[in-house]
Design a protein around this ligand. Structure first.
Ligand code: CAA
Length: 298
């Protein structure tokens, strides 16, 4: 099956990142804004991403215009009816996602592949509300989607081999390097990355080092593009806390529970880059470590 038109439900960072990738790879995209409000901001964000490439001489303006012509942003979920593949990227809440999958079963053809970009929720639980279960799988992209090469294709309990094969070919076709992963909480990357970030926060709480020294150590000593605090701020502290809670729910090991500092920052609305404050204060250029976290407070 050739996937020509892709539906995306949710126009947050990941939804728009995937829209960027699919449209640039020549696919038609129907992106559905899942929360109330106009589509203007999503359209502007998407156009802005391609215009930056034009400004930096990486893309002709005519190519940008042709790519944007392939994308429809809408508030009408029914607009994904003719898509061969739908990826949901809505709020990380299992009840909301299950309700969406139930609606997609009615909206889409029985052959359409229905997938989730969830980070740590059970794809099998979403599959369970569907009549045609073999076509349900996970398709987990990484932020920033246009840059990160990996896609985790999640093999849920009744996902068919054909579905996995079509998704594998599709990912390779759009320039990604997919891996197939069994449907376990956090899959591969987040199952390893989440405890790594939590351990860094506990290290900060114990006073082993500062935010900057721990980040610098991991960048220079382990060859990583971002340190654990830069990465947590980049992902979003609400997302990191939710991933931690979901993994903790599953394994019930204290090691995976959200540390005190992470929860406190989230309670204060300091969610990282998107709120301009988290472990770092992004109102300063270059960002400085959040002064309230300069002392251990476990
Ligand atoms: N959209 C498109 N292109 C982007 C981009 C974006 N949002 N962000 C960066 N880029 C491109 C730049 O245009 C640049 O391209 P060229 O080299 O062709 O000019 C390139 O990426 C490098 O960008 P910068 O020079 O601006 O910055 P950098 O070298 O510091 O790299 C980074 C930025 C790619 C984000 C890098 O720091 C990085 O790889 N960080 C780690 C990201 C990571 O680990 N992501 C996974 C998070 S976990 C997750 O997503 C899963 C989950 O479920 C929560």
């Amino acid at each position: 099956m050739k996937i020509k038109t892709v539906g995306i439900i949710g126009t947050g960072t990941m939804g728009l990142g995937m829209a960027h990738v699919f449209a640039q790879a020549g696919r038609n995209v129907v992106a559905v804004k899942a929360t109330p409000g106009s589509t203007e901001k999503a359209e502007a964000t998407l156009a802005g991403g391609f215009s930056r490439l034009v400004d930096r001489g990486k893309m002709e303006a005519s190519e940008r215009d042709a790519i944007l012509d392939r994308v429809t942003v809408t508030t009408d979920e029914g607009a994904v009816a003719d898509c061969e593949l739908v990826v949901e990227s809505i709020i990380e809440d299992i009840a909301t996602k299950k309700a969406l999958f139930e609606r997609l079963e009615d909206i889409c053809t029985p052959e359409a592949l229905l997938t989730s970009n969830t980070s740590t929720l059970s794809v099998t639980a979403m599959m369970a509300v569907c009549k045609h279960r073999g076509r349900v799988a996970g398709l987990h992209f990484f932020n920033p989607a246009p840059v990160m090469k990996l896609v985790e294709i999640i093999h849920a309990f009744e996902t068919t081999d054909t579905t996995l094969q079509v998704l594998d070919e599709f990912c390779k076709d759009i320039g990604k390097d997919p891996v197939i992963v069994q449907d376990t909480t956090g899959f591969i990357v987040n199952r390893l990355l989440t405890p790594y970030m939590l351990n860094a926060i506990r290290m900060l709480e114990r006073g082993t080092g500062t935010i900057e020294s721990i980040d610098q150590a991991m960048k220079l000593g382990a060859g990583l593009p971002m340190g654990p605090f830069e990465l947590a701020d980049y992902i979003g502290l609400d997302v990191v806390e939710a991933m931690s809670s979901n993994i903790f729910e599953d394994v019930r090991s204290e090691h995976h529970a959200p540390p005190h500092t992470l929860t406190r920052l989230r309670q204060l609305g300091y969610l990282g880059r998107k709120t301009k404050k988290g472990f770092y204060d992004y109102s300063q250029k270059p960002p400085v470590q959040n002064p309230d976290l300069a002392h251990p407070f476990a």
